[in-house]
Write a protein that binds this ligand. Structure first.
Ligand code: DGT
Ligand code: CA
Ligand code: CA
Ligand code: ZN
Length: 574
């Protein structure tokens, strides 16, 4: 049982409760627990087995949840989930997996139209019955049609951080079995896409059949799909498929290159090989029957006249031309980042005090952080009004006065209201060190409205950055409609920064937009949007995003020491 598996059970309980009209607080408690567990830095199953840590020490986990977690780890099931599910048609849970269909909509479809399965939904769509329901416009209908198609072909992608938990554990199990020489998780995982279809592991081993045996015997395997001497495919509990391929050492680089992809990158490479009368495949780079290269990726790229290309860039977006001209960007790394610029505390919807967050941030080697609790419009999170915010800043000032080499910036996640105004008065914003403005409400406004709100905020003298600029939630909510180029033009002109929010559920800006922003002269900041100290290591996901966008440390203001960071802010020029 990995953390994501435990989290999934709690999420399902929340969904089932919500469909059954349970108390919203109870629903929220299970949802929060799911998130806490998913994002917890250590495997919780290990803690339970070791029995050394009291689970109720984890923020948001009380006695009841602790007991349930222990049950899950020991029995693999959660009786409450089974009991709740038994009251509803089995197909209803499948409906929840269709993008855009949350428990609220599933409940409506079930109650009003007796939709109990994907097939029922397809029929209801065909008969035009969905449109007549309140809250289901033609746009929604179109989305559900598309989602239904995806759900039926089994296209379910996992968030990168969940896939990472699973990948790390499989690799550790294989390595513990012995006989593995080289091992790498290739595919979209190695390219650090924000979602992962399946894991593609490449190994060299002195005893491949033994590695395959070990692989299919791994404790998390739910189903063995195929197994041979050099190749096996399994499905893990929770649905993630994993392929393992063992190759000879002379072909390891070629196999790694091939299975890392992307497919489009591979196709371009193969064309270049052909132009130089080579043949490139997963076994090597060949001239006739002679293998010219294959042991490492570097030697294959080199033979083709190319610099080695970091996996994050292998998407056929111009990286091969850059590699030929020795002009690949020097991509930003986690160690370049000196501060984290979005996090919440228990003053609003976070779980941890300012001190807790500062302590964890120092341990990561940061020089500064911004505490960015919500402003008052976000009532659900107990957002701060001017008075509470100023009190928080006073506490921050006091703490800064006694601490050396580490600074907490007075900040706020400032809501850009539906009417385009900002949620706090200018005199308050002027006293902040850093202000990140974001949109949480009115996401369904017209493109014109939303663009006006974002551009207006970016023009405002005291707004230093726009946070999670597109509002997307990976796999759950598409970006809201707005003119990204217009926002970039404003940011480039005013010096307003765009945030790359590395929270695994957000990953916002998306990589392609960040790359486009850079072309327009925009500068960026990286953040984690942490809601507890244990989230701060999410910075690596922000860095992955930045790398996929081709960003260098120089493109990102929070790679700078504090003094330079301050000088680079828009407010420094006022
Ligand atoms: P995913 O799993 O959907 O997140 O994405 P990938 O990129 O991991 O794709 P996957 O697992 O289907 O295949 C792994 C890699 O294998 C892929 O990135 C490139 C390579 N590959 C797979 N199929 C083909 C193909 O038909 N042609 C070429 N050139 N490469 C392929
Ligand atoms: Ca894959
Ligand atoms: Ca695959
Ligand atoms: Zn936010």
């Amino acid at each position: 049982m990995q953390n994501p598996d435990i989290a999934r059970l709690f999420d399902e309980v929340a969904d089932l409760l919500e469909i059954q009209d349970a108390n919203p607080f109870r629903v929220r408690a299970y949802r929060n627990a799911a998130r806490t567990i998913r994002d917890f830095p250590e495997p919780i199953a290990d803690l339970v087995r070791a029995g050394t840590k009291d689970l109720t020490d984890i923020p948001g986990i009380g006695d009841d949840l602790a007991e349930k977690i222990t049950d899950i780890v020991t029995t693999g099931e959660l009786p409450l989930r089974k009991q709740l599910a038994s009251k509803l048609p089995a197909g209803l849970l499948d409906l929840l997996r269709i993008p855009g269909l949350g428990p609220k909509r599933v409940k409506l479809l079930y109650k009003k139209l007796k939709v109990k399965s994907a097939a029922d939904l397809a029929a209801a769509l065909d008969k035009g019955r969905i449109q007549k329901l309140k809250g289901f416009g033609p746009k929604m209908e179109e989305k559900m049609r598309a989602g239904l198609g995806q759900a039926q072909v089994g296209e379910r992608r996992m968030l990168l951080n969940e896939a990472e938990t699973q990948a790390t554990a499989v690799v550790a199990s294989l390595e513990a079995g012995g006989g593995i020489r080289q091992i790498e998780v290739a595919g979209s995982y190695r390219r650090r896409r924000e979602t992962i279809g399946d894991l593609d592991i490449v190994v060299t081993s002195e005893d491949s059949p033994r590695a395959m045996d070990r692989f299919v015997a791994y404790g998390e395997v739910a189903e063995v799909i195929s197994k041979g001497e050099t190749r096996a495919t399994v499905k893990l509990r929770g649905g993630l498929q994993v392929d393992l391929r063992a190759v000879e050492p002379d072909a390891y680089g070629a196999a790694l290159l091939y299975f890392t992809g992307s497919k489009a990158h591979n196709i371009e490479l193969r064309k270049i090989a052909q132009e130089q009368s080579y043949k490139l495949n997963e076994y090597g780079l060949f001239k006739g029957t002679r293998r010219a290269a294959g042991k490492t990726e570097e030697e294959i790229y080199a033979k083709l006249g190319l610099d080695w290309i970091p996996p994050e860039l292998r998407e056929a977006r111009g990286e091969i031309a850059l590699a030929r001209e020795h002009r690949l960007p020097h991509l930003v790394e986690v160690k370049d980042v000196r501060g984290d610029l979005q996090m919440h505390t228990s003053a609003t919807d976070g779980k941890g005090t300012i001190e807790d967050m500062a302590h964890a941030a120092r341990a990561l080697g940061y020089h500064y952080i911004a505490i960015t609790d919500h402003s008052k419009r976000v009532t659900m999170a107990l957002g701060l009004d001017a008075k509470r915010l100023r009190e928080q800043w006073k506490a921050i000032d006091a703490r800064n006065a006694t601490s050396r080499g580490f600074t907490i910036l007075r900040s706020v996640e400032l809501d850009i209201l539906e009417n385009g105004k900002l949620d706090l008065p200018d005199d308050v914003l002027a006293d902040a060190d850093y202000v990140v403005a974001t949109i949480h409400y009115g996401l369904n406004q017209s493109e014109k409205e939303l663009t006006r709100r974002l551009v207006g905020a970016a023009e405002h003298p005291w707004v230093d950055a726009i946070g999670h600029p597109t509002g997307r939630l990976v796999g759950k909510r598409e970006p809201y409609a707005f003119d990204f180029d217009a926002l970039c033009r404003t940011c480039a002109a005013t010096g307003c920064l765009l945030e790359l929010n590395g929270h695994p559920e957000r990953m916002d800006l998306p990589d392609t937009l960040a790359a486009a922003g850079k072309q327009q002269g925009v500068r960026f900041v990286l953040s984690t949007d942490s809601h507890q100290p244990g989230n701060l290591p999410f910075m690596k996901y922000a860095v992955y995003l930045a790398r996929r966008a081709g960003l260098e440390a120089g493109d990102i203001l929070n790679t700078q020491p504090l003094a330079e960071f301050r000088k680079g802010l828009k407010r420094a020029k006022l």
